[in-house]
Ligand binder design. Structure first.
Ligand code: NDP
Length: 273
């Protein structure tokens, strides 16, 4: 029996970075994984690696800011695997700017993806958490443990200049986490958040690479200036950014039975910062 044996886990934004590493780790520990991303190709690529390693996986396209995609995600998960045990709200990106120059679109996009989307996904999944637990309690006197893991950031726990929008979304998800832990504790659902510091992914790559992502017609630069990357590294006691695989470790912990009595917590994963 491995740590996540037969658990059904949804991981959003799992086409690359921390989400992909988390999906692969979950599968390695025995979970049946739903790998979703805004683009199907990267989701399929993660799923192919999981399948290649003998894991069970479903790849789906899901833009977490679109209501119809959320309904589809929950529906397809349940019709394929029969329920949901773990939901990891990981999908996201950054759209930085100093507050006095920040547009409404920049603000709204970050609140939408980092706070409203997790809220709507959890609400759509609630029958498979609350109602499923109620039925188990009625039948066996006890519900099995189910988990929600929300991905936050030290920008949310501590603030970060140039990221008022992102920080607000990542702080908001902590409030949601702590409140839901109180609402759903009675159903044996543990709700926790992981706040990462600096993890080496496309989100934090050198801006000089000139890559961008597109959202609703806006071109958004990816990455951060090389000088800031170096400064951020100097602040880390371990002297380096974390790898996506190291980041995934904390998400595995919260999704597993090792955390069955841990709820409403925020774990900072920062290399000691
Ligand atoms: P990556 O960019 O490597 O991966 C994020 C994935 O989420 C991408 O595939 C991205 O797609 C996808 N995504 C973005 N928007 C949506 C959407 N609307 N619907 C579905 N998928 C979407 O970033 P990370 O792995 O670094 O980030 C993962 C999470 O960790 C994010 O929530 C991030 O804020 C958080 N985090 C990361 C830190 C870091 O240092 N890397 C630090 C603190 C928190 P696409 O590539 O097309 O945009």
């Amino acid at each position: 029996m491995t740590l996540l044996q037969d658990k059904i886990a949804i991981i959003t934004g799992a086409g690359r970075g921390i989400g992909a590493a988390t999906a692969e780790a979950y599968a390695r520990f025995g979970a049946r994984v739903v790998v979703t991303d805004i683009d199907l190709d990267p989701a399929e690529a993660t799923a192919a690696r999981i399948r290649g390693a003998g894991g069970q996986v479903l790849a789906l396209r899901c833009d977490v800011t679109k209501d119809g995609d959320i309904e589809e995600l929950i529906g397809q998960t349940v019709s394929t695997f029969g329920g949901i045990d773990v939901l990891v709200n990981n999908a996201g990106y950054t759209w930085d700017g100093t507050l006095h120059k920040m547009t409404d679109a920049q603000w709204e996009a970050m609140i939408a993806v980092h706070l409203t989307a997790p809220f709507k996904i959890i609400r759509a999944a609630s029958p498979y958490f609350r109602e499923a637990a109620k039925a188990e309690i009625q039948q066996h006197g006890k519900a099995r443990a189910r988990k929600i893991v929300n991905i936050s950031s030290t920008s949310g726990t501590r603030g970060n200049a140039g990221q008022a929008n992102y920080s607000a979304g990542k702080a908001g998800i902590i409030g949601l986490t702590k409140t839901l832990a109180k609402e759903w504790g009675q159903f044996n659902v543990q709700v926790n958040a992981v706040a990462f510091g600096y993890i080496d992914t496309r989100l934090t790559q050198a801006k000089e690479k000139g890559e961008f992502t597109e959202r609703d017609g806006s071109k958004i630069d990816l990455g951060i200036p090389e000088q800031m990357r170096q400064m951020a590294t100097m602040m880390i006691p371990m002297g380096r950014p974390g790898t996506p695989e190291e980041a995934a470790g904390a998400v595995v912990f919260f999704g597993s039975a090792l955390a069955d009595y841990v709820s409403g917590q925020v774990l900072e994963v920062t290399g000691g910062m």
